[in-house]
Design a protein around this ligand. Structure first.
Ligand code: BT5
Length: 203
């Protein structure tokens, strides 16, 4: 699924918006986004030509965000770890992020990875973009169709979150505790309570 035709574009609003109009199997890569976005209306920043900015058009899949995280971590290399729900970390700092947006009949999975630039406090991977994209396509083709148990198992292995003390914020509500495990739908279990969404801080 991740090995479809790649559309390479210069500047776009967001690769997510271009991908939304395309059929399942499509892949959109851009050199620059004028309105790159994260979750909850947050912005995703990257000066032109400094990052891998890609969106995959895929079948809907409840574990897609975690599967894409696994694929991206494997494509980036052994130093990259996963922070729940959607961050890629290098040396404990954010080097990339995953954004899954669904329509009734497909899912748009966006991945941004810093290569030659990072905002303050974040990390960059310093790898050539096109080789990274090829590895990411291969890994996405594997992980987006992998059995849910395998995705969860591999995510646990690559996790920087599990076993740690965390603060999880959902709206205005903050909870602190030990991130114990993933639930069957990719929820984060903190001190016995399963969270389906939220922002996590490693404490
Ligand atoms: C994410 O959101 O981490 C998902 C980012 C997905 C970006 C890709 S690029 C291709 C595709 N097209 C798009 O328009 N989006 C996707 P979230 O967890 O909400 O994190 C967003 C937060 O990360 C921001 O509020 C900033 O604090 C921080 N941030 C912004 N740009 C960053 C960067 N380049 N590196 C590290 N952190 C960044």
């Amino acid at each position: 699924m991740g090995k479809g035709k790649v559309r390479r574009l210069g500047s776009v609003n967001s690769t997510q918006d271009v991908a939304r109009e395309l059929p399942i199997g499509s892949i959109v890569v851009a050199d620059h986004q004028t309105s790159g976005r994260g979750r909850l209306e947050r912005r995703w920043e990257a000066p032109p030509g400094t990052a891998l900015l890609v969106s995959f058009v895929l079948e809907r899949n409840r574990l897609l965000s975690l599967a894409a995280g696994v694929a991206a971590a494997e494509a980036c290399g052994p130093d990259v770890r996963l922070k729940w729900p959607n961050d890629l970390l290098l040396d404990g700092r954010k080097v990339g992020g995953i954004l899954v947006e669904a329509t009734p009949d497909k899912a748009i999975c966006g991945i941004g990875i810093n290569l030659t630039w990072a905002p303050e406090g974040a990390a960059k991977l310093d790898q050539p973009r096109d080789a990274l994209l090829r590895r990411l396509q291969e890994a996405m083709a594997t992980w987006t169709v992998a059995p849910p148990e395998r995705v969860l198992e591999r995510w646990r292995e690559l996790s920087a979150t599990l076993g740690r003390r965390v603060r999880i914020e959902v709206g205005n509500k903050k909870t602190e505790g030990i991130a114990e495990d993933l639930g069957p739908n990719g929820e984060l279990v903190v001190d016995g309570f399963a969270f389906v969404a939220g922002s996590v801080t490693h404490l």
